[in-house]
Each structure stands twice: as structure tokens, then as C-alpha cells.
Design a protein around this ligand. Sequence first.
Ligand SMILES: [Zn+2]
Length: 264
Amino acid sequence: MSTLAGGATTPRLQLVTTPAAPVARASADSRLAVAIHDVEPATYERCALMRDWLEDHGVDRVTLLVIPAPDLHPFADRRPELASWLRERTARGDAVAQHGLQHRQARKGAPLRQAFARWQARDAAEFVGLDAQETRRAVESGRRLLKLAGVEPRGFVAPGYAYTPSLREALADRFDWWADLLRLHRGGRAATLSPALTLGTTTPLKRALSPLLIRTMSVTGGSLLRLDLHPADLDHSRHMLALDAVLQRAGRRTAVTYDDLVAA
Ligand SMILES: [Zn+2]
């Protein structure tokens, strides 16, 4: 049973770990890459709870996607205990990756791109609408804040998976890897096709369909299974049940971080 770290607001859903079910399981040489998105001061307790829950499922290596400056406030100034937790987690095998800078779109893009960005990420597509210089500055600022907090990111995931040509260019020579919804990009190597299984919480349709979709995709998944968790998943019991089912099925896969995937 998971416990809540830090004594903050208790999420509505109590997390349970169901006993192993007799389901078809992946072969032992296949891998499971779990990422917890949107780690930041406001979600710290939820993320810690999710991390404990994953531990209960035997997932000993996870990638934590950290928003360096929500509302443009450095995360470690606002919650030093979050920075300590990240350092502790990385010492135990997890990886920290940069998740944008502020996770909020500051400037609108061209109409068509903007419409797509809304659909992709609502108001989180922070790189859509930024020019090349602004993009580099945002990436660098976020990276610096993470380093100052004692965690050095080797990888990057754009908020809402909303990438632009300027962002791809800015990432190419600064990070060992970056991931979009369908692929993992590794410096100097061809991208690996591996869609991330992710649950939607922003619209009723996404909430209704995504649990079924990830259950189905986890059955057909290849040698690498990417699974995304968001703090908001805790509010939706169907989401947690679907995640539980996917993790049960993935039980024999080796848990890896995205940093591990680059080293492999
Ligand atoms: Zn995000």
C-alpha cells in the first residue's frame, strides 16, 4: 500500500495494488519505460505517491519529467524538498528529464498550428509561437535551474509533446535524447519508433476512451513499452485501474529510464 509523502492534500483516490492476474505477459528481455509527467511544486505529493505506487508494482526505475519554473518561479526555491526528493530518487536509479520551462504557452502560433497545439496540449504548448532565440533561451533557463537544484537532465520532453523545428534544433546539441509521442530520438542515431501510452484527462472523450486504448495498446506493444503517468490520473479511478492492468501485464519487462535507453 502506498503512503502519501509530505502530509499534503490526500488525493481522492486510494491507490491499491491488485494481486497478479493470470494474463499473457511480455517476454523477460523486453523493457518498460515509465515517465511521470508534470513534476513540480504543486504536484510534488501526488508524484511522490505515484512513485511509491510504482515501487509497489516492482517498477524500480522511472523517468521524472520536471517543470523547472512553473509561473516562472524556480521550482527549487518554492519547494526545496522537491529538489531533495529528486536528488534522492536519482541516487536510487531514477532519471530526471527537463519538461519545458514553465509548461504554459506564452505566445500564440500561426492559426493552423495553434489549433493543433490546443488539441495537443491545451495551454501547455509553450514552444509553439516562440522564435528560435526565445526557444533556446527557454530551454537553457530550464536546464540551468535543474542543474542548480543538483539534478542534471540528459533528456527533454516538450510539454504536451508539442515540438517545433526551432525546439528540435535547440535540443539536438544539448541533450542526449528527447521524446515525442511516437518516437525516442537519440543524439546522432535514428529515432526509435515507440508510441507512448498516455491517458487523456482534458476532455470527456479523452477520459472515456484513453483507458481502453492504453489497455489495448499494451497488449500489442513491442519490445519497448513506454507508459506515461500524470498527476491528474489520480483523480480518475478508471485511469488508475487501466494503469494497474498495464503494469500487471508488463510485470516481466525490465524497468528502464530513458537515460538507460540511450546507453543501451
Ligand atoms: Zn506536461
